[in-house]
Design a protein around this ligand. Sequence first.
Ligand code: PAF
Length: 283
Amino acid sequence: MEIIRIPRILQDTCFKQRMHGRSIGFVPTMGALHEGHLSLIKRAASENDITVVSIFVNPMQFGPSEDLASYPRDVENDILKIRELKADILFLPDNSLMYAEGFSTSIQVDGLSERLCGHFRPGHFRGVATVVAKLLNLTSPTRAYFGQKDFQQTVVIKRMVRDLNIGAEIVVCPTIREADGLAMSSRNRYLAAEERTTAATLYKALSRASQQVVAGEPMTRIREQLHAMLSAEPKITAIDYASVFHPETLQELQETGQLKEVLIAVAVRIGKTRLIDNLIVNR
Ligand code: PAF
């Protein structure tokens, strides 16, 4: 596996691969890799000639009071894991190369970025869209792989790719879960033992809400019970949102109407840790 640190070299290398007719599968990450990331890399490797993985903790997507400084970093172990999966290229840039002095461009996907997490993390999706656009320009992938756990991120990126005519297919892969249902996330490392036990409630609450959606129960009842189940946990210190949404517009639904698919999504704080999770429910 080749480790590349210079954006220009990555761009040239990937461009040459595409010129030779090879497909590129790209997996962008912020490191601290878990089974969720590894499933994306495996999928990319199975569907493309060349697999490129990036590790870059993108400062632009963290708010001033967020966890940029303490975000888990484990590059040595990450490299071992990526090597084992036989990825071809690992991109490991420095901040100064990604955001050179005078950097002043950003991408704002209006209408989608402000909803759900965007309301609680202003500027977050501007940072995500900007760095993903840069990474897609550097890797010119045939396909880029993202986890469903960050569902809003996938919706924002798909819209950006469509609007800006970026020639990559965005592939959304299933959330990988622990045995008790907790969605894998690098931030799970922050959870103390009791908090970790509480964290399993997110999936339980989502699963129950999903059954209620399928049974056609009224939206107000589903929302109330979702909130009640989460609020009953003393370790859950805040519920940012917990509701049913349109999976494309991300608008909160008052009724499901003719929709074939809905998004049930939650974001809570457990102590200092913010956790998100979601399910797409077919009706
Ligand atoms: O999902 C993530 O880890 C990040 O938001 C991403 C897509 C790598 C952009 O920094």
